[in-house]
Design a protein around this ligand. Sequence first.
Ligand code: SAM
Length: 226
Amino acid sequence: MRLRNIKGSREIIADSDYVVHEETLQKGKWHSLFGNDAPIYVEIGMGKGQFLMALAKANPRKNFVGIEKYSSVLLRAIEKQQEEALPNLKFIRMDAEYITDVFGPGEAAGIYLNFSDPWPKDRHAKRRLTSRQFLKRYEQILAEDGIVQFKTDNQALFAFSLEELKEGGWTLLCCTKDLHQDKILCEGNIMTEYEERFSSMGNPICMMRMKPAETAVSLKEKSDEK
Ligand code: SAM
C-alpha cells in the first residue's frame, strides 16, 4: 500500500466516530458497543475496506469490525463509511498482533484474512497472519463454531498456511486454488480490492476456511463441566 503518510490522517482517525479508540476499547464489551447481540465478524488487514463495507451493507443483522495497521490506509475506509454511515461497521487502527487485548473469548463469530502480507523471508514467518502464532491468538477470541476464511493469490503463502493449520491442530473445512472457477465456493463471494487487482492480472485466487480444534470458550466450558 502506498498511502503511508497522508497529512492529518491520525487526527482524522482520532476524531472519527466510526473508529473504536483505545479509551472505549474494552474486550468483552463489543456487543454493548454495537447495541445488539448480533454476531461480530472481524477482517484483519482490511486495507481501504471495500470487502468489509460490501459485507456489512449486505448483512445489516450482523456486526463487522475492520482492523488496519496504517492510518493513511484506514483513512480511505473512514471516508467511504462517512458516505455510507453503516451502523454495523466499526474500525480499529492497530497491529493485529495485539488482537487478544481487544477481543475477549468467543467475541468473534468469524475472522476474514484477505490478501494478507506474505512476509516472504523465513525469519518473518511469525508475522504472517496465518502463522501458528496468529492461529493461537484467533483461538482465544473465536466463538465456539467460529471460522477463519483466508483468500490470497500467493501460492507460497497458501501452502504455508495449510501447513500451519495442520501444525496447530485446526480443521480445514474447504479449500480451492481457483476460487473464481469453483461454482459452489464462489457463490456469494465478495471481491476485495486486491482480489480484483490480482484476478484481472490472471492470477487464480486461493481460498480456505478453517476452524480450531478448541477455542478459549470451548476449553472453559469443558473445565466448568468438571
Ligand atoms: N484486505 C485488503 C484487500 O484484500 O484488498 C487489503 C490487502 S493489503 C495487501 C494488506 C493490508 O493488511 C494492508 O493494508 C496492511 O496495512 C494490513 N496489515 C498487514 N499486517 C497487519 C497487521 N498485523 N495488523 C493490521 N493490519 C495489517
